[in-house]
Design a protein around this ligand. Structure first.
Ligand SMILES: NC(=O)c1ccc[n+]([C@@H]2O[C@H](COP(=O)([O-])OP(=O)(O)OC[C@H]3O[C@@H](n4cnc5c(N)ncnc54)[C@H](OP(=O)(O)O)[C@@H]3O)[C@@H](O)[C@H]2O)c1
Length: 293
């Protein structure tokens, strides 16, 4: 399979690139320094010239708070660039894999969200990701739009954006108090397990469409932090705080747990338990080295 990977320098991109190579894909992996996806003509040319079977877009503008004051960049990267990629994929007959987020939901439903639930984003970031997934679905019939949440992959130890697990481990190392919201819930997603299931979906040709492919286990961010501290055997306390008192600029969903029932019904394996995922994360992160710029 000939695959183009966009955003190959992000935490998920690095895991995807490794796995594509291991599974024998012919791979063109492009980091931001090699292709800015907002460069419409360069992106179209790359896709047309390589003539891939599959394009995986792991690039995104993920600065949720910054997006509130920079909606233009959020929309250019998360929405307009995705439209362009989707059109280019349709032109060459390639499958498009694109990632979206639990932040497309308001978080007020009370039970895990399914693919048929109506989105109602509370932030600019959520709006931009919803626009991106809509463009992907509208312009490229052969698509997998995968909604994920709180991604934590071992490459995040060295990537610019990092991840929540690295944030917690850094605070522990610094001896800084950990104060984490205990009234916001999500289904944190282990990067290597997500990468494996993404390629399973493409290689096994499950029906195209929109799927939730998150961690499968809803926890508060405070509980997630406590699990990391416990499994890493760090002598730190995690103090629960009230999310409504948060200073963050962007509003976040209260409980945006995603149900993986649809993707599992299509034959994709269940995600590992959160404890197992964190334990594996802690082993794998020790092997991570900083990637090339
Ligand atoms: N991380 C999470 O908790 C989370 C939660 C929900 C959904 N998701 C989604 O999951 C997917 C993978 O995210 P991730 O966790 O791997 O994020 P990440 O580590 O921040 O990686 C995103 C990558 O995209 C690159 N990028 C940004 N703008 C670009 C542009 N204009 N052209 C090319 N590349 C660009 C970034 O480069 P720079 O680092 O140089 O900016 C970075 O390498 C994304 O679609 C994201 O929205 C992530």
């Amino acid at each position: 399979m000939r695959t183009i990977l966009l955003g190959a320098g992000g935490q998920l991109g690095i895991d995807l690139a490794r796995l594509c190579r291991k599974r024998g894909h012919g791979l063109l992996a492009l980091r931001r320094s090699q292709l800015d996806i907002t460069d419409e003509s360069a992106t179209r040319q790359r896709i047309a010239r390589y003539d891939p079977d599959c394009v995986i877009n792991a690039a995104a503008y993920n600065q949720v708070d910054q997006a509130e004051s920079d909606s233009e960049t959020a929309m250019r990267v998360n929405a307009l660039a995705v439209r362009n990629i989707a059109v280019a994929c349709a032109e060459v007959g390639a499958v498009l894999v694109h990632y979206s987020t639990d932040y497309v939901f308001s978080g007020e439903k009370g039970t895990p969200y399914t693919e048929t639930d109506a989105p109602a984003p509370r932030s600019v970031y959520g709006v931009s990701k919803l626009a991106g997934e809509t463009f992907a679905r509208a312009h490229c019939p052969s698509h997998y739009v995968l909604r994920v949440a709180g991604v934590f992959g071992p490459p995040g130890r060295h990537t610019k954006r990092g991840n929540f697990a690295e944030f917690v481990l850094r605070k522990c190392a610094e001896g800084t108090p950990l104060r984490i919201v205990d009234d916001r819930f999500a289904t944190p997603t282990f990067g290597p397990a997500l990468a494996a299931r993404t390629l399973d979906a493409v290689e096994r040709k499950i029906p195209f469409g929109l799927y939730h492919l998150a961690g499968g286990e809803a926890v508060s961010w405070c509980e997630f932090a406590r699990k990391i501290v416990r499994l890493a055997q760090r002598p730190a306390e995690v103090e629960p705080i009230d999310g409504s008192r948060s200073q963050a600029k962007a509003l976040r969903p209260r409980c945006a747990a995603l149900s993986n029932a649809r993707v599992e019904a299509a034959g994709i394996a269940k995600m590992p338990s959160l404890d197992a995922a964190i334990a594996e994360y802690l082993v794998l992160r020790k092997r991570e080295r900083p990637a090339r710029p």
